[in-house]
Design a protein around this ligand. Structure first.
Ligand SMILES: Nc1ncnc2c1ncn2[C@@H]1O[C@H](COP(=O)(O)OP(=O)(O)OP(=O)(O)O)[C@@H](O)[C@H]1O
Ligand SMILES: Nc1nc2c(c(=O)[nH]1)N[C@H]1C(S)=C(S)[C@@H](COP(=O)(O)O)O[C@H]1N2
Length: 179
């Protein structure tokens, strides 16, 4: 039996009000809960709560990928059309390669739930050996979006050398074409 070393996963809440303590952050805990349900192999959360500032978001993503060694970074918030919504811009700034299929699938699934899903510019990209995935800020969006894209995430992490993740097949069946 092979022992998997824990994959570190960054959980980044991008919200002016949650970062100031004006409201309790519900996004980060919702991502933690969802990942705990989905992932069956060892993993370790690395949480951050930051304001909607391009430089701060870019620096946090960089730190999580390059210093904290996160193979996967999931953000929530700041994907809409409002002037301070800049999470996709920060993601593009720090990624070498964009993965537009993630945003396309999450919007498509979310459109069956809310017509305003079209307002999210959420995307994903690769920095070094880390995958960054944006989710919308509404805590209820986290389940819809993560369940839609997670089947492809373990294979993506394999391909970029980010570490191996096994899922609980009763919750989410990971698809690895070559296994
Ligand atoms: N981290 C969070 N925790 C709890 N609720 C949230 C969080 N982020 C967003 N929400 C809720 O979802 C709604 C829409 O999210 P959105 O990111 O557009 O908010 P926002 O007004 O830009 O937030 P902020 O001003 O804090 O950056 C918010 O008004 C809030 O009710
Ligand atoms: N699944 C899902 N996706 C969703 C939503 C939602 O409630 N559920 N809200 C939408 C709305 S109202 C907005 S404005 C955009 C952007 O949200 P953000 O700026 O909080 O990231 O996400 C959209 N995507």
């Amino acid at each position: 039996m092979t022992t998997l070393s824990p994959v570190r996963i960054g959980i980044v809440t991008v919200s002016d009000r949650a970062s100031r303590g004006i409201y309790e952050d519900k996004g980060g805990p919702a991502i933690l809960e969802e990942l705990t349900r989905i992932i069956a192999s060892p993993w370790e959360p690395v949480p951050r709560v930051i304001p909607d500032e391009l430089d701060v978001i870019a620096a946090t993503l960089t730190e999580l990928c390059d210093e904290a060694g996160c193979g996967l970074v999931v953000t929530t918030g700041g994907t809409g059309p409002a002037p301070r919504d800049v999470t996709p811009e920060a993601t593009e700034q720090v990624c070498r390669k964009m993965m537009p299929g993630f945003g396309e699938l999450m919007r498509s699934v979310s459109l069956t739930v809310v017509p305003t899903a079209i307002l999210s510019r959420q995307t994903a990209g690769i920095r070094g050996s880390s995958l960054i995935v944006n989710l919308p800020g509404k805590p209820s969006a986290i389940h819809d979006c993560l369940m839609a894209v997670f089947p492809a995430i373990p294979y993506c992490l394999d391909l970029i050398g980010a570490g191996r993740i096994e899922t609980d097949p009763a919750v989410c069946r990971a698809f690895r074409p070559k296994s």
